[in-house]
Design a protein around this ligand. Structure first.
Ligand code: IFM
Length: 420
């Protein structure tokens, strides 16, 4: 069956500054130095329990950097995308992408409070130009989880002052690149807040429900402030949104979780967004008082890559249908799988797109799809082990190798249709 997508549909991939650029200095790079050994040890311990259940595949044992070594958890030069962005965009172009999502690193632009680094502003201008020259539409994220060290020292998003500082940085950026049409203010505010303030797993590793709520609200305020700055001062067709990670919930708690996790933030900013960015990865079936009672039917062996996430393509359809009530265009700003062997990726993409198509055919206004990610990259506290890329990274040589699934996705992009 062939599923045709609407005219002018955007096809691309996404990245984030800290995960690909290399040599960033921010709250994460500081945290990595202090936590790399602990993370390596934890992996060693967890893996032994995994291996009791599943035979540890050789590709993990032999991967570089090893998930059991501290260097895996230091972003370091990452993919050196800061220097190789042109090469990477050549690849994206050769794969038929007509759009690309990336983020600007606040700590490069404003390394000290109130001091703009003009060299870095010029750098991102080159990045934007490089995309435009290749006929690729930029979607620019202003904040993808990392903070300048000086902001973190002032309390990060717990401190209301950060809202003003972020707005000033955003104004500087938006003013610098008036040709950008699509701005994403924040990436996954709910995942950030949960991991950093509720579970206490990621910087600044706090565990407080009160702080969690405070940060979540401050992020919503920050978004609204930036929206007001961008509108109506700048070019009238500028579009502003966030990238929201929504899950498909099932079971008796689904309505409550759907409201709290999927819609609370969107309702809070409802008069301050032109589009909704959806990052879809998760399905969560609740049985009794147990979460994640998912059947994992889609794959029979674990797609290891360090996460054991269930693959549930149908979920994207339900999440999209739910978002329809907000009456905004939707861009799928992330959807992807960590699959080093590239066994599942092609089918993963096709199946998700089939469900996206169904949502569109039933009236949901979806206008683009960004696969996560263009390249394998630094997956936060899991380090380099999970391989999400359409393009495989050799972290020893920095060589890029296009995966077979990337060609399958290229065909979809070029034909503006999926055969599944
Ligand atoms: O790598 C992350 C990204 O930074 C945010 N969304 C989910 C991706 C995969 O975990």
């Amino acid at each position: 069956m062939q599923y045709k997508f609407p005219k002018n549909f955007l096809w691309g991939a996404a990245t984030a500054a800290h995960q690909v650029e290399g040599w960033n200095h921010n709250d994460w790079s500081e945290w990595e130095k202090e936590n790399a050994s602990r993370l390596a040890e934890n992996t060693e311990n967890n893996i032994s329990s995994y291996t009791r259940r599943w035979k540890l595949p050789d590709y993990i044992k032999n991967s570089y950097p090893s998930p059991f070594s501290p260097e895996n958890y230091i972003s370091g030069r990452a993919c050196d995308h800061y220097n190789r962005f042109r090469e990477d965009f050549d690849i994206a172009k050769s794969l038929g992408h007509n759009s690309h999502r990336f983020s600007i690193e606040w700590s490069r632009i404003e390394p000290e409070e109130g001091r703009w680094d003009e060299k870095e502003i010029a750098h991102y201008q080159e990045v934007i130009n490089a995309l435009r020259e290749r006929g690729i539409e930029p979607f620019v994220t202003l904040w993808h989880w990392t903070l300048p060290v000086w902001v973190a020292k002032q309390g990060g998003w717990e401190n209301k002052k950060t809202i003003g500082n972020f707005a000033r940085y955003a104004e500087k950026i938006v003013e610098s690149y008036p040709e950008v049409k699509f701005w994403i203010t924040l990436n996954e505010p709910e995942i950030y807040t949960m991991n950093s303030y509720l579970r206490g797993k990621r910087p600044p590793q706090k565990k407080s429900f009160f702080k969690f709520l405070k940060v979540y609200r401050n992020l919503a305020e920050a978004h609204k402030k930036v929206y007001i700055i961008i509108h109506p001062t700048w070019v009238s067709d500028t579009q502003v949104g966030i990238a929201k990670n929504n899950s498909y919930f099932e079971g008796w708690l689904a309505p409550i979780l759907n409201y709290l996790w999927n819609n609370w933030f969107l309702n809070k900013i409802k008069n301050h967004q032109d589009f909704i960015g959806l990052n879809y990865y998760f399905h969560n079936r609740i049985k009794g008082f147990k979460y994640n009672q998912n059947e994992n039917k889609w794959v029979s062996d674990p797609v290891w890559d360090g996460n054991f996430w269930e693959i549930y393509p149908e979920g994207i359809y339900h999440v999209l249908k739910d978002l329809k009530k907000h009456n905004k265009p939707i861009y799928i700003t992330e959807n992807g799988v960590a699959d080093a062997r590239d066994v599942y990726r092609e089918k993963f993409i096709k199946e998700h797109l089939r469900w996206v198509h169904k949502a569109i055919s039933e009236g949901t206004d979806v206008r683009g799809y960004f696969y996560w990610s263009l390249l394998d990259n630094f997956e936060w506290d899991s380090g380099f082990a999970p391989r999400f890329g359409l393009v495989e990274m050799n972290y020893r040589t920095m060589e890029r190798q296009i995966r077979q699934s990337a060609y399958a996705y290229a065909k979809i992009a070029r034909e503006n249709s999926v055969t599944a």
